[in-house]
Design a protein around this ligand. Sequence first.
Ligand SMILES: [Cu+2]
Length: 154
Amino acid sequence: MIRKLLIASATVLLTSAIGVSSAWAATHEVFMYNKNPDNKKERMVFVPALLKIELGDTVKFISKSKGHNSQSDKKAIPEGAENWKSKIGKDFEVTYTIDGTYSYYCTPHRSLGMVGLILVGDYKVNYDDVKASKQKGKAKKVFAKLYEQVEAME
Ligand SMILES: [Cu+2]
């Protein structure tokens, strides 16, 4: 009898541990600025432009200056992942449930280099594809720096 009860309560404990596991998922913040407060020479930026997170985590894009948004690059996100596009000047949240590398940009300022990368869990599944994706102008330069940072942390 006691033994059965112990098994039953162990099952309840296990079930509740699984149930609350999503509460451990973190929320990260990416700020959208006209000028980077840490480096005033950098204009039209996501801060941080490179973010490494766990599967199930959420990223909150926060508008600190007017006129920005966040849009995924539909050609440079993992297979099966959903695209996102936020409204200009509004905060926006994305929860990442598929491993991979996500490339994104600000719709009005992509050519000015307002771009970013989010690495989710096992991000290498499509990292090379994202790195090979075609970029123009200043975006190309900013991405080159971000890829350097990614490869430096390996
Ligand atoms: Cu912008």
